[in-house]
Design a protein around this ligand. Sequence first.
Ligand code: NAD
Length: 497
Amino acid sequence: MAELPRYDPYINGANVAPKSNEYFATINPYTSKPWAEVARCNAEDADAAIAAAYTAFTTGQWPALTATARGALLHRLGDLIADNADELAALEVRDNGKLISEMAAQCHYIPQWYYYFGGLADKIEGAVIPSDKPEIFNYTRHEPLGVVVAITPWNSPLMLLSFKLAPALAAGNTVVIKPSEFTSTSTLTLVKLFAEAGFPPGVVNVVTGFGAEVGAALVAHPKTAKIAFTGGSDSGARVYTAAAAGLKQCTLELGGKSPNIVFDDANLDDAVKGAISGIFAATGQTCIAGSRLLVQNRIYTEFVDQLVAFARTARMGDPMDRDTQVGPVTTPPQYEKILQYIQIAKDEGAEVLLGGGPAVDRPECGDSQYFIEPTIFGGVTNDMRIAQEEVFGPVLSIIRFDDDAEAVAIANDIEFGLAAGIWTQSINRAIKISNAIRAGTIWVNTYRAVSFLSPFGGYKKSGLGRENGIEAIREYLQTKSVWISTATDVPNPFVMR
Ligand code: NAD
């Protein structure tokens, strides 16, 4: 058998062998076959990467650059990513099986993060404080934190990385990245562009491997100043606990179980498309999936019939084919988890309206062992596990409601608060319901819109802090207050000034 290409960690501007000398296979979910090998890094590699990032933060060219020069580097990087977007997108599809139409669109959009935060780099202004003390000049500076550890999941590896990397670098930090063990190759290809853009070695480093091994070592490292994490809520809680032990800052973007609410005055054709895009786009493997569909009783039958008929036409197939609408799920454990949840829903008494099982051994699914039928459950009540727990797959639960108050009560009766959709033609209703729902993003008559310009993050167990938009850069800065005496003598040293 031909040897598989190997992907090594990237530390201090070069690919190096992992200290363990061990590699693990990365699998193409459409062929179910390994296509590359990725280094299994351990605590020693974590140490080396953090040391490189710490040195780059404290000495050499990076801290000496002006903010304008940092911004120019980010701009150049954005151009290089645009030039390489198709290659990066194809790697993402090979690793995570998501549609090329989605991953290519993301990779062509990603440069905007580097342009936007590059532009912001030299607009981070401190303030002159109007001092209440005579003969004191007091001003503030916003300074970088130090070494940032960026930990990413498998569903949109480069986009979720860019949410972190662009503001962290614009603010002057250095970074060690730990991509998901299922999708490391696009990140290792992206970082090569940093040297080409002119970033000094050590400013951006990548170690690969497993969360509990190299991920935990990065979080616990005494020289790590901040962790920017996207992943599941259980892993997020572990990372937060470890960060707390070292008194480190943390941004957490976690799971969701977002309500997508269809009111009786909605344009039903649009709402059907909104429900489909909320759950079957990305095979449901998105934190913002509208996996709880709340439908008002008066239109329930008409709407659900239309929805099921539309979903039935979704084309499964090769994710590299631009006509495919639903691809395989990304990982074997995820495949098993989704099937378990389908069984849980059936056992709980939910009614299968569409799908409800694996979709292997079909010609359009190739050799993949990881296809699951787009699945819709009716007769779901909000107390069922299928309504409360994140499935992260193409599984939709439909819940009925009578009026606005009940819709809000059901939408909020959950531990997550990442996003919500509202379908109505009444502007009053849209505003009232948007205000009442406890979630970080609300979409009205649309779904899954995300931009570098707009803050993104979760309420409740969906996370801490915000990514994107101006406020994201503050997550990577700390404020210093500088006091300068203009007095000609030093007053009584035994009394506080
Ligand atoms: P995961 O939590 O299993 O892994 C995420 C990353 O964390 C991986 O790189 C993993 O290796 C690492 N990790 C795991 N345990 C760790 C530990 N103890 N210390 C350090 N690192 C550790 O998540 P996943 O299965 O890769 O991704 C799916 C999850 O991510 C879903 O729950 C989804 O909702 C969530 N997600 C959230 C957002 C968001 O922005 N809110 C976006 C995408 C995905």
